[in-house]
Design a protein around this ligand. Structure first.
Ligand code: FEO
Length: 168
């Protein structure tokens, strides 16, 4: 059975994962407004992935006889004037999520809750991927700079992102 403290923090994590989905959806809206349909698609797929993450925590709390509480979401905040700004903000946000996952992992270790440690290990690995994805995109877009053709090409590539699955 999950402890009260870990249960509370997992409920907060459900909120943070939904906040991530909310943030990426807001970024998708920005992309549509700025004529980057591929980026909009990419961010919608990213938001879907975040909802899958949230539901993994939801299911875990239910399975371990805890109690799920759905918390409210803040309005997403980011400032962007370019595609590069979007990826820089997304990268910073993922670093925050990584710090949350590490905090939860520390708590699970402190409580000697090995089931939670095992569950959270997937998220530790996932965060390495999440940060790497945005870091690589920042590097690509920095190289392109203001080159319109380059931005068009990368937007086209972003538009081919496959739908999220529970494994990724
Ligand atoms: Fe749920 Fe993007 O980390």
């Amino acid at each position: 059975m999950i402890s009260k403290k870990l249960n509370e923090e997992f409920n907060k994590q459900i909120m943070y994962e939904y906040y991530s989905a909310h943030l990426y959806l807001a970024m998708a809206a920005w992309a549509q407004d700025h004529d980057f349909p591929g980026l909009a698609h990419f961010m919608i797929m990213q938001g879907d992935e975040e909802r899958i993450h949230a539901m993994k925590f939801f299911d875990y709390v239910v399975e371990t006889a805890g109690s799920v509480e759905i918390l409210g979401l803040d309005t997403p905040e980011f400032e962007a004037e370019s595609m590069l700004d979007i990826f820089v903000d997304a990268y910073k946000h993922e670093q925050f999520v990584t710090s949350r996952i590490h905090f939860l992992m520390n708590l699970a270790h402190e409580e000697k809750d090995y089931a939670a440690v095992s569950f959270l290990t997937w998220f530790v690995d996932e965060q390495v991927e999440e940060e790497a994805t945005f870091d690589a995109l920042i590097k690509s877009v920095r190289m392109i700079g203001d080159n319109g053709n380059g931005l068009y090409q990368i937007d086209k590539e972003l538009g081919s992102r496959a739908p999220a699955t529970a494994e990724a």
